[in-house]
Design a protein around this ligand. Structure first.
Ligand code: ADP
Ligand code: MG
Length: 218
C-alpha cells in the first residue's frame, strides 16, 4: 500500500498511489510504464533510496522500520541491494576495478575483496578491461562494470532501472542475458524497462500508469 507524494514548497505532487507489489525470492520481474508513470520513484522506494509517504515495505517478511536513520538505511541497502542505472553512474576518475570496489567502502571490508572484484569483472566478460576508465569503455561495457559493482557486496536483490535504455540493441541484449543468468544463480531481480521484449523474458510484469498499477501479468 505504498504511496509517494513529493512536496515542492506549497505544491504537492502525488506520484505513486497505493502500490501493492510482491517479488518472491529468486524471481525476476519487470516493471513497465510510460515515461513519468512513477517507475523510478517506485524503484527508489523498493531500493530504500527514498522513503514512501504512506505504506509499508518488507524484506524477507520483515517489516522495514522507515524511521531508522539514513545511515542505518544506507547500511541495509548496501548489504542487501545492488543497483544498475540507465546512465551507469560510474565514477569517471576511477578505473573499472576501482568502480567495482566502490560500494565496499560503505560496508565492512571483507577479505579478498579485490580478488572478488576481479572475478566479478571476469564473469561479466571484462577481465581484460580492469584498468580502463569509463570513458575508454563502450556503453555495454560500462553497464557490465555497473553490474559487477552491484554484485560486490553479494546482495540478494538486484534492481535495474532501464538498464538498456542507453544501449544499442545488441549490447542491451547482452545485459539482459547477464541479468537472467544472475536470476538463474539465485538472485532476485527487478528490471524497470520500456521494452516489451525484455518484459516478456521476465516471470511477471507489473504495468504502471499515472502512479498506479494498471496491470499484472504472469
Ligand atoms: P518514470 O521513471 O516512470 O519516468 P519518475 O518516477 O521519474 O517516472 O517520475 C514520476 C513523476 O514524479 C514525474 O511526474 C516526475 O516529474 C515526478 N517526480 C519525480 N521525482 C520528483 C521529485 N524529486 N520531486 C518532485 N516530483 C518528482
Ligand atoms: Mg525513470
Amino acid at each position: 500500500n505504498v504511496s509517494k507524494t513529493y512536496r515542492l514548497g506549497k505544491m504537492t505532487v502525488p506520484v505513486l498511489h497505493e502500490i501493492n507489489l510482491r517479488v518472491l525470492p529468486g524471481q525476476i520481474i519487470a516493471v513497465t510504464g510510460p515515461s513519468g508513470s512513477g517507475k523510478s520513484t517506485l524503484m527508489n522506494i523498493i531500493g530504500l533510496l527514498d522513503r514512501p509517504s504512506e505504506g509499508e515495505l518488507y524484506l524477507d517478511d520483515q517489516q522495514i522500520n522507515l524511521n531508522m536513520s539514513d545511515n542505518k538505511l544506507a547500511d541495509l541497502r548496501s548489504k542487501r541491494i545492488g543497483f544498475v542505472f540507465q546512465t551507469f553512474n560510474l565514477l569517471p576518475s576511477l578505473d573499472a576495478l576501482q568502480n567495482v570496489l566502490m560500494p565496499t567502502t560503505y560496508s565492512r571490508p571483507a577479505k579478498n575483496e579485490k580478488q572478488r572484484a576481479k572475478d566479478l569483472l571476469d564473469q561479466v566478460g571484462l577481465g581484460r578491461r580492469m584498468k580502463h576508465r569509463p570513458n575508454a569503455l563502450s556503453g555495454g561495457e560500462k553497464q557490465r562494470v555497473a553490474i559487477a559493482r552491484a554484485l560486490i557486496n553479494n546482495p540478494e536483490v538486484i534492481l535495474a532501472d532501464e538498464p538498456t535504455g542507453n544501449l544499442d540493441s545488441k549490447s542491451g541484449q547482452e545485459i539482459i542475458e547477464i541479468l537472467l543468468k544472475l536470476q538463474n544463480e539465485g538472485k532476485t531481480v527487478v528490471i524497470i524497462t520500456h521494452d516489451e521484449k525484455i518484459a516478456k523474458r521476465c516471470q511477471k510484469t507489473y504495468r504502471l500508469l499515472d502512479g498506479r498499477i494498471s496491470g499484472e501479468e504472469q
